[in-house]
Design a protein around this ligand. Structure first.
Ligand code: SGN
Ligand code: CA
Length: 538
């Protein structure tokens, strides 16, 4: 470089660089200090189907990015393993018996105070896109577009504050399009934001994006050890539940055998495929038919000679193909959102949470669905990244719950949480301060019975070593599991004399935690009465 060229560079470029750096400083001053919060939740996404937990079933590279850059929780649980109640717990930071949303059936009581309302009042811009399932609109959001009830997979309808719209396409892609459109066009850059990005997938009836039909229907998956559980060594609740692949998963409705073939095989019942695929456009339907019809034809040939175990395995494989196929689009779309945050320079000051409204049975105990306090539905995936606060790649095994989100987000936003919230802020764990975390057991209470899937009412407490469950209402049964000896929860030891001391200690701990959280037999009776008043029980 000649001297004169160097001088030229200094005189021409230096003022420009000075100008740019001042501009950046100004920009930095304007950037809100409190972190943005991106809460990603899918519906019924089991931790067994996220490769950061277990890569035997599916690769989820984008969801895994959150764990690689942040923290993976291996002991995250819900307080009531069903959709709308879990969402109510998340928003209110209170157990179901306090916030009143005990089941999916009655609408959410909107006089509850929710953390988004508090964040909005403290200066956050707030938005929600996707599935809420509350029976009413969310409060505390500057903008929302939600699915009515469970919503549809294909060409779904959305509810907004200004009325309904129908959007063409696949639900998981659309929820992401709506989210990115809001981020790009309506975000107020002078405020931190709370974004609730809530997927419908992979909820029953597990309908993948047309682009994933083919690849997933060609795969076979390893069988869970207890696929052929006979429910001996347990109480009656596991045996009487109606969520078995063999008996309760529908060949037509769930596993996409067309009605015409179901008729021919005489397996037609109340649950038909018809209305599940009526929303497909002719083009989408052509892709559907080209993939699912040949599967149904070959099933029709084999069906007459299938015994129960062959049929169970066939159902398991078809179930996994569609369930995991639906997750493929969730993972791709989470990648789109993470890329957007990276590309816009937002990632450094944004907390990203990935979770599900509860776990799910992927053939364990021979089941699909959730509701029970047994591991696969009690636990839920939880991955959190927060650059500069959470160290990358940490696995955390402390017992955290969906009850804790509200207080966690409020503390992140330097906003005081109401004293009657019942969770605990996760900030000590996120900052690596284990001494600041004292919880050693968590409480659970499920109510929706009698109802679909026939899982009896129960409550219980779990610590890292044991779990005790009391089934009540039309039964009175206790179950105790030794989680270290029997991680698959196949043997109830409540009546085993060698566990007598553990049993009485766990029972006492359960009574104590019920008092701590203000749950009681009076409330149990009140909620049973609610079912009587609604004519759901005599
Ligand atoms: C629907 C499903 C059930 C599921 C509930 C609750 N049946 O009723 O299998 O348990 O939702 O799910 S379906 O025939 O409509 O698919 S939740 O995630 O909304 O709680
Ligand atoms: Ca759910």
């Amino acid at each position: 470089m000649t001297k004169s060229f160097r001088r030229y560079l200094i005189t021409i470029i230096a003022p420009f660089l000075f100008f740019v750096s001042c501009g950046r400083e100004k920009l930095q001053k304007k950037e809100p200090k409190r972190p943005n919060i991106v809460f990603i939740m899918s519906d019924d996404h089991a931790y067994q189907a996220i490769s950061a937990y277990n890569d035997k079933l599916i690769q989820t590279p984008n969801i895994d990015r959150i764990a690689k850059e942040g923290m993976l929780f291996t002991n995250a649980t819900v307080t009531n393993s069903i959709c709308a109640p879990s969402r109510a717990v998340i928003l209110t930071g209170k157990h179901s018996h306090i916030n009143g949303k005990i089941d999916n059936l009655s609408p959410f009581d909107t006089t509850n105070v929710t953390f988004p309302q508090l964040l909005k009042a403290s200066g956050y811009q707030t938005a929600m896109f996707g599935k809420l399932h509350f029976g009413n609109n969310p409060k505390g959001f500057d903008e929302f577009k939600i699915l009515p009830g469970q919503g549809d997979y294909y060409n779904p309808r959305f509810i907004t504050s200004k009325g309904d719209t129908t959007v063409t396409g696949y639900v998981t892609d659309i929820i992401t399009d709506l989210t990115l459109d809001w981020m790009e066009r309506r975000r107020d850059t002078t405020k931190p934001f709370l974004l609730m990005y809530l997927h419908k997938a992979p909820h029953r009836t597990w309908m993948p994006a047309p682009r994933h039909f083919k690849a997933f229907t060609k795969k076979t998956f390893p069988l869970p050890d207890n696929l052929f559980d006979d429910y001996s060594d347990r109480g009656t609740a596991a045996e009487t539940a109606e969520m078995r692949l063999l008996k309760h998963m529908q060949l037509s409705y769930d596993l996409k055998i067309p009605d015409s073939i179901a008729d021919r095989l005489d397996i037609k019942n109340w649950n038909q495929l018809g209305n599940r695929i009526d929303r497909l456009s002719p083009e989408q339907r052509a892709v559907w038919d080209s993939v699912y019809n040949p599967i149904a034809e070959s099933f029709a040939k084999e069906f007459p000679t299938m015994n129960d175990s062959i049929l169970t395995v066939w159902k398991y494989q078809r179930y996994m193909q569609d369930y995991l196929g639906s997750i493929a689009a969730v993972d791709e779309n989470v990648g789109r959102l993470l890329d957007y945050l990276d590309n816009k320079g937002l990632s450094d000051n944004t907390v990203v949470v990935y979770t599900s409204d509860q776990g799910f049975y992927l053939g364990e105990h021979g089941w699909f669905d959730k509701r029970f306090m047994y591991n696969e539905s009690f636990k839920t995936p939880l991955l959190i990244k927060w650059p500069n606060v959470i160290k990358p790649g940490i696995t955390e095994d402390e017992m955290v719950q969906n009850l804790d989100f509200a207080q966690t987000f409020l503390e992140m936003a330097e906003t005081t949480a109401p004293a009657d919230m019942q969770g605990e802020s996760l900030l000590p764990l996120l900052k690596g301060d284990k001494k600041g975390w004292t919880r050693d057991a968590v409480y659970y209470h499920y109510y929706e019975y009698p109802a679909e899937h026939a899982v009896k009412r129960h409550y219980g407490i779990a610590n890292k070593a044991y779990k005790i469950i009391h089934f009540y209402h039309d039964t009175d049964e206790w179950e105790l599991y030794d989680l270290k000896q029997d991680p698959n929860e196949m043997r109830n030891v409540a009546n085993d004399p060698s566990y007598a001391n553990v049993f009485s200690k766990m029972k006492a701990d359960l009574a104590e935690i019920r008092i701590k959280y203000k749950d009681s037999e009076e409330l149990d009776k009140k909620f049973i009465q609610r079912y009587r008043d609604a004519g759901r029980i005599e």
